[in-house]
Design a protein around this ligand. Structure first.
Ligand SMILES: *[C@@H]1O[C@H](CO)[C@@H](O)[C@H](O)[C@H]1NC(C)=O
Ligand SMILES: *[C@@H]1O[C@H](CO)[C@@H](O)[C@H](O)[C@H]1NC(C)=O
Ligand SMILES: *[C@@H]1O[C@H](CO)[C@@H](O)[C@H](O)[C@H]1NC(C)=O
Length: 335
């Protein structure tokens, strides 16, 4: 009785605290989520002199309710020495301010554990994104790929390893941002990883960031064979990008919605509008007023709509908190 009463009290006070701060647990099935990539310091890459706006440590971006999910960009190479991957977090964790685990090409960024845990306790999901523009996520065959699921599980998720790049932090899943190479082994990798996740102590997520041309050249076959939780479709740097929203032969959210409802093995998969957070990043950027109207039309029209993905956190903050405007559009918050 005492124990039950106590835990009930603890839970309800936690709930009250969460309510007071407007914190709600992450819900993959909602239609107003905002996922923002963090790790690459996109702003700093384009503005090397303007260090004041360079990417800050992760917890800096978890201080309010704008962003729900942070895919950490990137796990770059699947194998980079010692049968382990490499990661690159630009100005935040690099060979100048962190060490490689001995005999590997993998940085020890374990000083980020408390940052990640802080964001998670604020109701946000933090995942590791594999790939990126210069990524090399590559398997020789299915058995190597299936074994790699154990590696990812041990390094970033619920498993154990002496070489966990984020130390004690247990990430909430993985993201596949595959922009080149072959899909050999991907189904085997993700199927094996999902088995680990299903046996885990909490919910884990698998997402992907395909380019908008449908079907995607680098992850499309995998998307049709494995149940993903969400796809962050990159509606930029392409003819089907946001700049062509009014051209029905170009803007193709409907193709992705159709994939979600009729082809994806997970018919509850959520489709996000992936957008640049500033005009610096190629084509596809639209201002906050324009994206607000696109978001609200798409949200009301498609049941598969899950929210918005932005590239990246540094750009969004430097661009007058574009992330905040997007979240307000998603939640119909007029303020
Ligand atoms: C990783 O770095 C932390 C300090 O940031 C250190 O305490 C730990 O021993 C390192 N782990 C390994 C295996 O080198
Ligand atoms: C799969 O690839 C790995 C790594 O290259 C290799 O060691 C192994 O022999 C291959 N297995 C099969 C069945 O081809
Ligand atoms: C709503 O969805 C239908 C079916 O895909 C599509 O033809 C129409 O253009 C969409 N309208 C908006 C505003 O997205």
């Amino acid at each position: 009785m005492m124990v039950a009463g106590f835990s009930c009290f603890t839970l309800s006070s936690l709930f009250l605290v969460m309510m007071a701060h407007g914190i709600v647990a992450f819900d993959m099935l909602s239609n107003d989520n905002l996922a923002v990539y963090w790790g690459q310091n996109s702003y700093g890459a384009i503005n090397p002199g303007k260090t004041a706006h360079w990417q800050k440590t992760l917890s800096y971006y978890c201080m309010d309710n704008s962003i729900d999910t942070f895919p950490i960009a990137f796990l770059v190479d699947s194998y980079a020495g010692g049968n382990l991957p490499s990661i690159d977090l630009a100005n935040i964790c690099n060979s100048g301010n962190a060490n490689y685990f001995p005999g590997t090409g993998l940085l020890n960024c374990s000083f980020l554990a408390s940052d990640i845990e802080m964001c998670q306790s604020a109701g946000k999901a933090v995942t590791i994104s594999l790939g990126g523009g210069s990524g090399n996520i590559h398997f020789q065959n299915d058995s190597q790929a299936a074994a790699y699921a154990q590696t990812i599980w041990n390094l970033f998720l619920g498993g154990k390893s002496k070489t966990r790049p984020f130390g004690s932090a247990v990430l909430d899943g993985i993201d596949m941002d595959i922009e080149g190479g072959s899909q050999t082994g991907y189904v085997s990798f993700l199927t094996a990883l999902r088995k680990h996740m299903n046996r885990g102590k909490k919910k884990y997520y698998i997402t992907a960031a395909p380019q908008c041309p449908y079907p995607d050249a680098y992850i499309g076959n995998t998307l049709n064979a494995v149940g993903f939780d969400a796809v962050y479709v990159q509606f930029y740097n392409n003819y089907c990008g946001l700049q062509h929203y009014n051209h029905p032969n170009d803007w193709n959210f409907d193709a992705w919605d159709n994939w979600a409802n009729k082809i994806s093995p997970n018919r509850d998969v959520k489709v996000y509008i992936g957008a640049p957070a500033s005009s610096a990043a190629g084509s596809g950027y639209v201002n906050s007023k324009r994206i607000t109207s696109i978001i609200q039309q798409t949200q009301s029209n498609y049941s598969s709509f899950g929210g918005v993905m932005l590239w990246d956190a540094s750009d969004a903050y430097a661009n007058h908190r574009y992330d905040k405007a997007v979240k307000q559009a998603l939640t119909h918050d007029e303020d």
